[in-house]
Ligand binder design. Structure first.
Ligand code: HEM
Length: 510
């Protein structure tokens, strides 16, 4: 072997060694160090396994429990998250596990939850969202941090403050009217309430976000739904990062086309709001109008770009539509099973509104319905967890956390915890909310978190509850409903907690 060959072989060997050391550092040394750091502070958990962490154990446990046929029970925590159920019993309220590539600390202690969720960016940031979810949410309020988040959050708060919400009621009523108009053809028959509510909440968000341009808005949301389905399909594919940026497959190309069409359609609506002679824009008071004003009129740090405007539309559709329709689906299921509560809710609605459409004053007085909605959100929280990522030097209580570690708040587990809710934690009993949330939770804000807590709490919580109250009131005014024998109880977690096979109920006119 001559010298050149020898140098070449040595260089290859060196490169190989460096790559191997890097690899071992990432998959073995780093996890060992993190584990040691947390174990030495008293946080325990299942041991990290070389290469896969705990992913194999988690999927095996999930498979075992998923095969257990769920009768019509609300005891769903153990089935959906058996690993959290088991490990919190073995290792305590706070434990460390390895559900994917990295470490994750699960925290259930109220003081820690509050401390983390009320943090204003000092020690924690939003944890990274899937690549596929990012495509649907864009770079808007959900995925941003710091000044950009603050600017977009201010706008979103404005879009959903009490006065704006009051103005949205007629649009919500009109959308529910449309749905109930379709139900006339199904009287005495079965409907899939889950599918009905999907269509309804998409329409509500189109009307409220785009006002007079809601038909165009619906088209945009239709494209966003297609993009979401495409991104979902794509998310399971294994791809090499650099190569996939150069060679795009059919899905990538279609997604790109959709993104362009969405952008063009938003710009088209903007044009329609522009006076062709003077060039002035009549912004309007809806969600789009607010954002347009922030694009054209705002200065400095308050100004938003066209891309931010488009991404805000994407986020609100994605965050707002899925969750609200799921809340409605689980609530209808609970009322179809517990017909005594259905009757109580109907009595209240008829007393407040008779056969008139719900109004803002009456909506505020729907006490029984609020109790039912809270109990539905407790048993079937559409978001089963929330998460943050630790920044460098992050502290939580007395713990020091490694940078980039995810910290997970298990909302579903907390909502089903018998230590908080009593032995009947898995039973539907809206009565527990009869004196309000504070009394039901013993003044523990970390015990009931359907919309999370702190500065990043759900900005659409009131919007969702008002929409749910209007929809349920109008349904109860016209129909009784019972569970269809075709319903199969199979809650699944696909981003949100969904009824896998829909919610089939039989409706009868009053
Ligand atoms: C029942 C319905 C809903 C539930 C259960 C729900 C739940 C949540 C949760 C748990 C979070 C995460 C908070 C955190 O990071 O800790 C969140 C954030 C958010 N939600 Fe909702 N949501 C609902 C409806 C809506 C609606 C109707 C909209 C808008 C139309 C909306 C828009 C958002 C946005 C924009 C964020 C991000 C807020 C931020 O990062 O500042 N949500 N939601």
């Amino acid at each position: 072997m001559d010298n050149t060959m020898r140098i070449l072989a040595l260089s290859i060997l060196l490169l190989f060694l460096v790559a191997l050391i890097n690899f071992l550092h990432k998959v073995w040394w780093l996890p060992m160090r993190i584990q040691h750091l947390l174990f030495s502070q008293g946080i325990k958990g299942p041991p990290h396994r070389f290469l896969h962490g705990n992913t194999i154990e988690i999927s095996e446990m999930r498979e075992n429990f998923m095969n257990r046929k769920l009768q019509l029970s609300h005891d769903i925590f153990q089935t959906l998250q058996p690993h959290i159920y088991l490990w919190s019993k073995i290792y305590g309220k706070n434990f460390l596990h390895w559900p994917g590539a990295g470490a994750e600390l699960v925290i259930s202690e109220p003081e820690l939850i509050k401390e983390m969720l009320y943090d204003r960016g000092q020690y924690f940031s939003r944890s990274e969202v899937d690549k596929y979810l990012k495509k649907i949410l864009g770079e808007a309020i959900f995925t941003s941090e710091g000044e950009k988040w603050f600017k977009l959050r201010k706008l979103a708060n404005q879009a959903f403050h009490a006065e704006s919400l009051r103005n949205m009621i007629p649009a919500m009523v009109e959308s529910v009217e449309g749905m109930l108009g379709r139900w006339k053809n199904y009287e005495g028959k079965e409907i899939d309430a889950n599918e009905e509510f999907r269509v309804l909440s998409a329409e509500v968000i189109s009307r409220t976000a785009f006002g007079s341009n809601y038909l165009e808005g619906q088209k945009i949301f239709h494209m966003l739904r297609k993009l979401a389905i495409l991104s979902c399909k794509n998310s399971h594919k294994i791809r090499l990062p650099r190569i996939s940026n150069i060679f795009k497959d059919r899905y990538d190309l279609e997604a790109e086309k959709l993104e362009k069409r969405i952008r063009d359609s938003v710009l088209e609506i903007v044009k329609k709001r522009q006076n062709t002679k003077t060039g002035e824009i009549s912004f309007g008071e809806d969600f789009l109008g607010l954002h347009l004003r922030a694009h054209y009129n705002a200065n400095g740090s308050d100004k938003i770009s066209v891309q931010e405007l488009i991404d805000q539309c994407k986020t609100f559709y994605t965050a707002g539509q899925g969750t609200t329709s799921i809340l409605l689906s689980w609530t209808i299921l609970l009322l179809a099973i517990h017909t005594d509560w259905q009757e109580k809710a109907r009595e209240e609605v008829l007393e407040l509104f008779g056969q008139q459409p719900p109004n803002s004053e009456g909506i505020g007085r729907l006490k029984t319905m609020s109790m039912i909605i809270n109990e539905s959100l407790r048993l079937y929280p559409p978001s089963v967890y929330t998460e943050r990522k630790a920044k460098k030097g992050a502290k939580l209580g007395n713990f020091i956390l490694p940078a980039n570690m995810n910290v997970h708040v298990p909302i579903l587990a907390i909502h089903h915890d018998p230590k908080i809710w009593g032995k009947d934690a898995d039973i539907f009993d809206p009565e527990r909310f009869s004196s309000g949330i504070a009394a039901a939770t013993n003044n523990n804000p970390a015990a009931f978190l359907p919309f999370s807590l702190g500065p990043r709490t759900c900005v659409g919580a009131d919007f969702a509850t008002v929409e749910a109250k209007i929809s349920l009131s109008m349904i109860l005014q016209r129909y009784t409903f019972t569970l269809s024998p075709n319903y199969v109880h199979s809650p699944v977690q696909i981003v949100s907690l969904r009824p896998q096979h829909g919610v089939q109920v039989v409706i009868n006119a009053l």
